[in-house]
Design a protein around this ligand. Structure first.
Ligand SMILES: Cc1ncc(C[n+]2csc(CCOP(=O)(O)OP(=O)(O)O)c2C)c(N)n1
Length: 895
């Protein structure tokens, strides 16, 4: 027999049932007499023997389509059947109020939208957490962190209503934040949002996929704080309740192996496998649960399948020859959905009717009982058992794959229906059925009118609800901003070298790293700094920090690094401070967000600097940056090797000409593109003060470059202009032209001014524009203030340029749209130069020539404006030549 052949289909058929039974009996006997450890040992020995014999056998990653936790291993339910009954009742009330909220809003305004079916399927999963597991922040407990599935928000509002945190008046303003304000109500945001409901929501999970990766890095950041002895986080668990469809998102799965590698047993995912997403089944032709089991198990997670309710246990007990389990193994999700959408009689015929043995099992139940057979995620007892196991599992993160029915309880109106996701209107009869299904004490009229229902405060269910939350420390979710004071170091302490640079050559990246290195040395402040990189620390000259503060590694360093003899050796340490995330910008930004919101989540302000290739920031992980903005992050994003022409040689995928366009759209992101080290210092100092001392919910995006240049010392009185967006670096009373330039373009503008003087004896004044986007925002704000009759103040750029009406040339190493954004506030003719188009691989000089942004092109553009319509084409060509530009050749080459 050729034992090297992989297993074939015929191997699945049992040719020797007697022999099989003997093997199984032996295993059971070992289990009973010697215990599970011995049984596991023998199985692994058998597996080794099989491998050595060349069998090419490996255990399937999938377990059968049944619950992982056996009924006999379930812990007692806290409070017993009384508590169970009350909690079931409460879950019904939550479901009703959530439904009523959505349907009412849409009856009034059909455009508002909202979701019923998702929370209807997730309610029990949420409720067991709320009653028994989710700790609020209190004197005794720092609080668990829960990432709630965003579109199940109505369920969270419904709970807050019973808890007395929201009134019925508030509930009528679901998805109507603006109208609510006018009516002294708390508007309820569609999805969790820390700006719109700042005392309530902690994590903005509305964009699918961001919740899972954020939860993982949040749990990891807790470990980091713990290992650095900054915070005790051991009792805290990060929970994430997500949809099975959401697992399609690459970000959802992106960090699974990291979570396992870091042994994040402070992390639990609950995936609500209602088998449906928006359009239809998640895996109609397969099992999403099995697929996720394989993925999570393969990544190293503890996987708990929670598929069937307690009423299935007697059915499995009767399943002598395994036909029921085999039917579940082979019934694909699309079919399971159809079973969910149909009644008991249908299920008897089409599911239990498959074999005589199954028919016999089905015959023990009435149609009504078959209809009510619960999936695991709707059985509080089973859910409790799974959560209990997850919360107590050591050494691995846990995922609970909970099978539910989408639109549970919505009957023929929605349960398991293909279109249920978007259902937000219910007919009268559907409402009455729903009321009856969950035994709500509402009259027909109340049900029809979608009355919110809250039992009396001294009713058993309300007392139970309040007692349970009191025992877990209070209500959740809850967001705080404790406004803790953190003294930031004085500018001179870490950036004197930049203020008094005196012509010293350095790049702005070098300056930044040096500033950060000094800050890290500060005895009290330094420990709050979190340097983050995604495998580019050496690119940015940060290797010196490896030795200085170490790279965080939960395991420390288990090897002797190759470069141990070097003073900059690669030092990993359990209390290391640098987060070296590897090549995952998504992971790095998730870490940054965890650090940047630590002031709220942990009442421990941290100051993260995430330094990355600017091209791989807003473009690559822009949605995660928006989520950080939503979460009111405070920290620095440093776009290094920035600029379309300043990163020579790298070609179009690495050269960034657009990040400032994207960052400008985020309202609480303050962007700067400084030219000089001293500007960088002033900006960082102001940023630290605003974020850490004034508790402003802003974060900074600063681009730095790797171009070495002579750094001037800071002129007097420059601070205000630097921060507002522009300051004059070369003044001239009678300037013929004004040059505005940001970042690396400033030196080109200065060189252009020199050229204009030397060749044409014309004078140019030059401004360093540290931020076109801040100038534009200021301009828009001033314009509105004037319109609203509150202020006459002119925009800063207008103030700077109003002294004359000579032409303005505004240059950027980014697309023209960036300097264009200030045009409305420039009181004279203006031309913008920028780097629109695809990048190229070449030298900086050639790139700047190609994009027509270098000194000679700036000078020629200035001449063209000075002489606008006054010179012949020949004269202009001659002027261009004097500037060093050949117009005809350029047109011939580039069009
Ligand atoms: C990035 C992103 N893409 C699309 C959506 C729109 N969307 C909201 S919910 C949803 C379906 C969710 O399905 P699932 O995760 O299975 O959750 P369920 O509602 O079934 O519980 C979609 C496509 C979104 N919110 N975010």
């Amino acid at each position: 027999m050729d034992m090297s052949q992989p297993q074939g289909i015929t191997d699945n058929l049992d040719s020797e049932p007697q022999e099989t039974a003997e093997w199984i009996a032996s295993l059971q006997s070992v289990l009973e007499t010697a215990g599970p450890a011995r049984a596991r040992f023998l199985l692994s020995k058998l597996s080794t023997a099989a491998r050595e014999a060349g069998l090419q056998w490996r255990d399937a990653r999938n377990t059968p389509y049944i619950n992982t936790i056996r009924a006999s291993d379930e812990p007692a339910y806290p409070g017993g059947s009384d508590a169970l009954a009350l909690e079931e009742k409460l879950a019904g009330i939550m479901r009703w109020n959530a439904l009523a909220m959505v349907v009412r809003a849409n009856r009034a305004y059909g455009e508002l939208g909202g979701h019923i079916a998702s929370y209807a399927s997730a309610a029990d999963l949420f409720e067991v957490g709320f009653h028994h597991f989710f700790h609020a922040r209190s004197a005794e407990h720092a609080g668990d962190l829960i990432y709630f599935q965003a579109h199940s928000a109505p369920g969270i509002y419904a709970r807050a209503f019973l808890e007395g945190r929201l009134s019925s008046h508030d509930l009528t303003y679901y998805r109507q934040e603006l109208s609510a304000k006018k009516q002294q109500a708390q508007g309820l945001s569609s999805y969790p949002h820390p700006w719109l409901m700042p005392d309530f929501w902690q994590f903005p999970t509305g964009s699918m996929g961001l919740g899972p990766i954020s939860a993982i890095y949040q749990a990891r950041f807790h470990r980091y704080l713990e290992h650095r002895q900054l915070l005790t986080t051991q009792s805290r668990t990060v929970w994430g309740v997500f949809g099975d469809g959401e697992m399609d998102e690459p970000e959802s799965l992106a960090a699974l192996s990291m979570a396992a590698r870091e042994k994040l047993d402070n992390l639990v995912f609950v995936i609500n496998c209602n088998l449906q997403r928006l359009d239809g089944p998640v895996r109609g032709n397969g099992h999403i649960v099995d697929e996720l089991e394989t993925l999570f198990d393969g990544a190293g997670w503890n996987v708990i399948k929670l598929l069937w309710g307690s009423d299935w246990d007697p059915l499995f007990a009767r399943d002598q020859n395994g036909e029921l389990v085999e039917a579940l193994n082979t019934t694909v999700d699309g079919q399971l959905q159809t079973f969910a959408a149909n009644d008991g009689a249908f299920n008897r015929e089409h599911f239990f009717g498959q074999t005589p043995a199954m028919q016999a099992i089905g015959a023990t139940l009435t149609d009504e009982e078959i209809d009510r057979l619960k999936r695991g995620g709707h059985d509080l007892r089973k859910i409790y058992a799974a959560y209990h196991a997850a919360a107590n599992h050591k050494g691995k993160p846990t995922v609970i794959l909970a099978q539910t029915k989408k639109g549970f309880g919505m009957g023929t109106a929605g349960q398991g229906k293909m279109t249920t996701h978007q259902q937000k209107k219910l007919e009268r009869q559907d409402l009455l059925d729903f009321r009856d299904r969950f035994q709500l004490p509402l009259t027909d009229e109340q049900a029809e009118n979608l009355a919110f229902y809250k039992p009396d405060a001294d009713s058993p269910e309300m007392r139970h609800l309040m007692q349970k939350r009191a025992a877990l420390g209070g209500f959740i979710p809850q967001r705080i901003d404790p406004q803790l004071h953190l003294a930031v170091p004085a500018l001179e302490q870490y950036a004197q070298f930049a203020i008094d640079a005196d012509g010293k050559e350095m790049s702005t990246t070098m300056a930044l790293v040096r500033m950060m290195g000094s800050m890290l040395k500060d005895a009290t402040f330094g420990k709050h700094v979190v340097p983050i990189v995604a495998d580019e620390a050496r690119t940015f000259g940060m290797a010196n920090l490896f030795r200085q503060v170490g790279i965080y590694s939960a395991q420390g360093q288990l090897y002797e690094p190759e470069d141990i003899g070097s003073i900059l050796y690669y030092r990993e340490a359990k209390d290391g401070q640098i987060l070296e995330e590897g090549i995952t910008e998504a992971g790095a930004i998730a870490s940054w967000t965890a650090a940047a919101t630590s002031y709220s989540v942990n009442s421990l302000p941290m100051l993260p600097f995430y330094i990355y290739y600017s091209m791989f920031g807003f473009q690559r992980v822009g949605d995660l940056i928006w989520a950080a903005a939503d979460q009111r992050a405070r920290g620095f994003l440093i776009g290094a090797t920035s600029g379309r022409t300043t990163l020579g040689g790298e070609g179009l995928q690495h050269q960034d000409g657009s990040s400032h366009l994207m960052s400008a759209a985020i309202p609480n992101c303050i962007s700067y593109d400084p030219a000089y080290a001293y500007e960088l210092a002033v900006i960082i100092q102001d940023g630290m003060q605003r974020m850490l001392q004034k508790h402003e919910d802003v974060f900074y995006y600063i681009t730095v470059t790797n171009e070495n240049e002579a750094q001037p010392s800071m002129p007097a009185h420059a601070t205000n202009g630097i921060l507002r967006g522009m300051h004059c670096v070369q003044q001239h009373e009678k300037a013929d032209v004004r040059l505005l330039a940001s970042g690396p373009m400033l030196k080109e503008a200065i060189a252009a001014a020199k050229l204009l003087k030397e060749v044409f004896n014309l004078h140019a004044a030059v401004w360093s524009v540290t931020s076109y986007s801040q100038l534009a925002r200021d301009g828009i704000a001033c314009e509105r203030a004037r319109r609203m009759q509150v202020s006459d103040e002119l925009p800063w750029i207008t103030q700077e340029l109003q002294a004359s009406n000579t032409p303005v040339i505004a240059v950027s190493d980014y697309v023209r749209a960036i300097p264009e954004s200030v045009r409305a506030f420039v009181p004279s003719r203006m031309v913008t130069l920028g780097t629109d188009g695809f990048g190229r691989s070449d030298t900086r000089a050639n790139l700047r020539d190609y994009f027509e942004v270098d000194a000679k092109w700036i000078a020629y553009t200035a001449m063209a404006e000075i002489h606008a319509n006054k010179k012949s084409a020949e004269d202009m060509q001659a002027i261009a030549k004097k500037c060093g530009v050949d117009l005809q050749q350029t047109l011939a080459m580039h069009g």
